[in-house]
Design a protein around this ligand. Structure first.
Ligand SMILES: C[S@@+](CC[C@H](N)C(=O)[O-])C[C@H]1O[C@@H](n2cnc3c(N)ncnc32)[C@H](O)[C@@H]1O
Length: 302
């Protein structure tokens, strides 16, 4: 697959929407502006936009302490993090050690940032589908077809992190609740900015994939704040009636997203857009391949 791949694996990662978001930026005179991801996770879209020079600065926010530690260290302590990755042994006894550190972090203990970053990265790369709280690839006895190291190609992963580190002046990393981030950061961005929100899914069950700090009331608060933002935005969600009713006043487009987390999962998602946006007319925002992307982009610039 062309383009930049995030060092973090994310089930349901939104990289498939990257081409659509590039078209959105281009059709709304938002190129070279700032871009904020409120629920960044693997931040795949943000990084692709930055490396391909669609935007000049990205703001990556995630409330999960491990995900935050990883991004902070990747951006600001790049060499130290890469050294830790070179040094760590990708073996089962190390997996137990890293899992322990990760559990301590999530139970509120103070963990040195690089330790938190490494534990998060280690489990994300060693576990099935990147699910931090899930099982290790190959099982604890390591009898599976693939082993713990199957997704742990150190030279390639270090290369990706070093590339991120070289762009540190154009990347801001924060750990705020989404609502706070919208109020305190997004609302202060220059007019030529765009924000993308990919909140935790509304329906429980999906939430096994990553930390979920949201109740229905919080989703409502996000919708309210987003509707009053001063800059253009897009929000994506699982397609359920509760969410549709929160965003009823806005345009929407639904699409299929499929990923394998344990078993193959296929789900319907829906995106909503701020009223000021020209929304590109495409059949499926999650499936714009390289060829049709170049064609659509050419039409917009011609
Ligand atoms: C659906 S995932 C985002 C996936 C991301 N778009 C990607 O492509 O990798 C949601 C993310 O929101 C984070 N999160 C959960 N609750 C949050 C909150 N209240 N504020 C900010 N981030 C939160 C989770 O840690 C998770 O990384």
């Amino acid at each position: 697959m062309p383009g930049f791949q995030s060092p973090l694996r994310y089930p349901g990662g939104k990289r498939k929407l990257a081409n659509f978001i590039k078209l959105l930026l281009r059709s709304n005179d938002l190129l070279d502006g700032e871009y904020a991801e409120v629920y960044a996770g693997g931040a795949a879209v943000a990084l692709e936009l930055l490396f391909e020079r669609y935007v000049s600065h990205i703001h990556i926010n995630d409330y999960d302490p491990g995900i935050y530690a990883f991004w902070y260290s990747a951006v600001h302590e790049t060499d130290a993090l890469c050294q830790r990755i070179w040094d760590v042994e990708v073996k089962m006894d190390e997996w137990y050690r890293q899992r322990e550190i990760h559990e301590q972090l999530h139970s509120g203990e103070e963990i040195a940032r690089l330790d938190a970053a490494l534990a998060t990265f280690f489990l994300n790369r060693a576990n099935r589908s990147g699910i931090i709280s899930g099982g290790v690839i190959g099982g604890k006895q390591q009898t599976g077809e693939w082993g713990i190291g199957a997704r742990f190609n150190k030279p390639e992963l270090v290369r990706r992190i070093e590339k991120i580190g070289r762009e540190r002046n154009r990347i801001s990393v924060t750990r705020n609740d989404g609502v706070v981030f919208l109020r305190e950061v997004v609302s202060t961005l220059p007019a030529r900015s765009f924000t993308y929100l990919d909140p935790p899914y509304y329906v429980k069950g999906q939430q096994m994939l990553y930390a979920n700090y949201y109740k229905p009331e919080d989703h409502r608060k996000v919708a309210e704040l987003v509707s009053n933002l001063g800059i253009p935005w897009m929000v994506s969600y699982d397609d359920v009636k509760e969410i549709r009713s929160l965003y009823i006043a806005h345009r929407s487009q639904d699409y299929d997203i499929h990923y394998s987390a344990q078993k193959r999962y296929r789900g319907r998602e829906v995106a909503f857009f701020s009223d000021d946006l020209n929304v590109p007319d495409v059949d499926d925002p999650a499936r714009i391949n390289g060829r049709s992307f170049r064609h659509l982009e050419f039409e917009l610039t011609a």
